[in-house]
Ligand binder design. Sequence first.
Ligand SMILES: *Cc1c(COP(=O)(O)O)cnc(C)c1O
Length: 371
Amino acid sequence: MRNSTELTINLGHLAFNFDLLKKRTPHNQTIFMVKANAYGHGILEVVQFAFEELGITEFGCASLGEAMAIRKNLPKINCHLYVFSDAEIQDKDYREQYVDYNIYPVIHCLEDLQVVLTDPDLKWLPLVLKFDTGMNRLGIAVDQIEAVIELVRKFDKKEIHHLVTHFANSYLIMKEGDKTHRQYHQFLQLKSEFEKAGITVANSSCANSGAIEQGFGLEHSHIRPGLMMYGPAGTGRSDLWSGKTISTFKTKVLKTMPIRKGTPVGYGGHVCGKDGYIAYLPIGYGDGFLTFFSGGELKVEDQIGKVLGRVNMDLTALYFETLPKDLRSGSQVTIWDDEKYDISELSTQMKTIAYQLFTSITGRVPRRYIK
Ligand SMILES: *Cc1c(COP(=O)(O)O)cnc(C)c1O
């Protein structure tokens, strides 16, 4: 564990973001996506707060193990849990956990549907079906709808509990006739096919952050926000979503030193082209400060430090031509926060996405929760 590098999570900001979301989507129920350790923020703390303080009752995981961690560690949190991708339905031991722990698998292929319908232990499970409307990732193919209807009828199911699809491009600004619109059209058609066949679709959802921010796909019972709940806009556009980043990622300067042009620094002996200063930070790829941030820029006070040479496991060197005025050993350096150091800007600067910055933070970094 570190003492000098820390992720502070302001759950009050999560409350702010949810409040903002509810104002925009008063008619939708929310499946709050908490996969990947609640986008790096701590799945148990986030789920507990969201359930107890915000009244959110439905949560989305990617894997069965994530959902199991919630059930085992938060036995009093009586919420609905969905496993969206890594469902492990083909494994008998795993699939029984859905019934034992009251978790919903999101069924994304015919083979899994077959198993869920034929295993007598699983016949109590509500059917949550995900269709592939054009992302070509997971999901039952649109042209398999007849086969699905046949199976569902054969096993005497009257209802699809929740019909799901996922957009490939909703983070882009939408235009009539674009890919998201085409996916949405397919989704509406699927829904009506079921209804025509006399199978009720009790709930449905398609909108993730990018779509919600653009007011798209809200004509369904549910929405599935992830990133926007943690602050940053899925579209990257602060005019479309002004959430507060719920975490502050900060570290402290370990050492500063002047450096001469031509002096080799660190692994591989990277050389500076100019005289200047180095500030060493106690943060490296072992904390989630990734190697490809090398050469990237980090704002410190009102100056720009450049990540010099290789990022190490435990350390990073920042190069400055002149040292920021107050920067010395022990000075705080904020990597992102909800005010001055914007994570969306940083992610663009580091050639990645806010999702990855959040989820990269490793277990060595302590998470501290405030409200
Ligand atoms: C991750 C995920 C979401 C949330 O996406 P964001 O872009 O973070 O809002 C919604 N639905 C599914 C199926 C997902 O896997």
